[in-house]
Design a protein around this ligand. Structure first.
Ligand code: ATP
Length: 319
């Protein structure tokens, strides 16, 4: 008789596998402590953390720009230390700093970048990325003559020039205008649709909220959480019920103590924070009690906590 095959299918190889990575700078400062992290193929992963948390250090180690003090990293199975060229070829990096040869033309810079990775010339591919980034009309311009936003587009074109399967974007939208930001996110989504894995760091938490499949939070050199964005928001998100009162209250009535309400806006608002997933949210009992006290409600509204609220409370509870 055939045996049912109960073995789970093997997990796909991570796009990036970071194992026990530590980094102590020459100054003696420990920027990363025992970081272990898998980035799944084809996902958009957002790495969030306050200033100085270690985001750039981690990205720089993965991209071979900074050497780790300990631990291992693989990119699509290639060890970044022992098999550097093959590992690095998997990766495109859009760094935070704009750094490129100012006196070259856009086209020459992007072509040259492809050559650096040992890829054969492919004019049609280079034309496509320049067109996608609205740089085709500027292809013969020297980089020094471009605006800051255009220069950033060139950095992205360079990062994509060798057709990487994994793209790192370090604070890609810091200081860019709304139009470029929108173009950039459109491009990130289009790349993901072709199977490219995207890892981004951002200070704009609402961007991570909109774009990411999974979120990692790093604080003081340690990964404190990695979670599906939807699970994170479901698990840690809170709901608030805001009751606007007909007449201001001098203080929150003692009979409402059980709900630990906040009395705000000069006594005209009562705010109840609760877990919307709970079997009994307490909302119905609260409304009955308010009615019994003869308090009149002008209107009411609910709001969900944002990823930003969750992030702030996570980082605060760690420090
Ligand atoms: N070359 C270096 N020598 C010594 N310390 C460094 C060096 N580079 C970074 N650091 C320190 O390591 C810590 C992590 O820096 P890193 O740039 O990785 O943080 P980050 O999370 O990217 O911050 P930000 O959001 O501000 O870019 C910081 O305290 C920084 O001062």
């Amino acid at each position: 008789m055939a045996q049912p095959n109960s073995a789970a299918p093997p997990a796909p190889q991570p796009a990036i596998a970071v194992r026990n990575v530590t980094k102590t700078y020459a100054s003696g400062f420990q920027a990363l402590s025992d970081v272990t992290l898998d980035i799944r193929p084809g996902e958009i992963f957002a790495l969030l953390g306050p200033n100085g948390a270690g985001k750039t250090t981690l990205i720089s180690i993965i991209c071979g720009i900074v050497t780790a003090t300990g631990g291992t990293i693989r990119a699509n199975g290639h060890d970044i230390a022992r098999d550097y060229r093959a590992a690095r070829r998997q990766i495109g990096l859009v760094p935070q700093e704009l750094s490129t040869d100012a006196f070259e033309t856009v086209l020459a810079t992007v072509r040259f970048s492809r050559g650096l990775f040992g890829r054969p010339a492919d004019p049609a591919y280079i034309e496509k990325i320049l067109r996608d980034l609205s740089l085709w009309d500027k292809r013969d311009s020297r980089i020094v003559t471009l605006s800051g936003g255009m220069k950033r587009r060139v950095m992205i074109a360079k990062a994509l020039s060798h057709e990487p399967r994994i793209l790192f974007l370090d604070e890609p939208t810091a200081g860019v205008d709304v139009e470029l930001r929108r173009d950039m996110w459109q491009m990130v989504r289009a790349l993901r649709d072709t199977g490219v894995t995207i890892i981004l760091t951002t200070h704009y938490i609402e961007e991570a909220e909109e774009m990411a499949d999974r979120i990692g939070v790093i604080n003081k050199g340690r990964i404190i959480l990695v979670e599906e964005k939807s699970r994170l928001m479901h698990k840690l998100g809170k709901t608030q019920l805001v009751l606007r009162m007909q007449a201001p209250l001098a203080e929150c009535p003692a009979a409402l103590d059980a709900w630990q309400l906040e009395c705000t806006a000069g006594g005209t608002e009562l705010v109840y924070t609760y877990d919307a997933q709970a079997a009994d949210t307490g909302v119905a009992a609260l409304m009955r009690q308010i009615d019994a006290l003869g308090l009149e409600i002008r209107n009411l509204q609910t709001r969900q906590s944002s990823l930003e609220d969750i992030f702030v409370s996570l980082v605060r509870s760690e420090s």
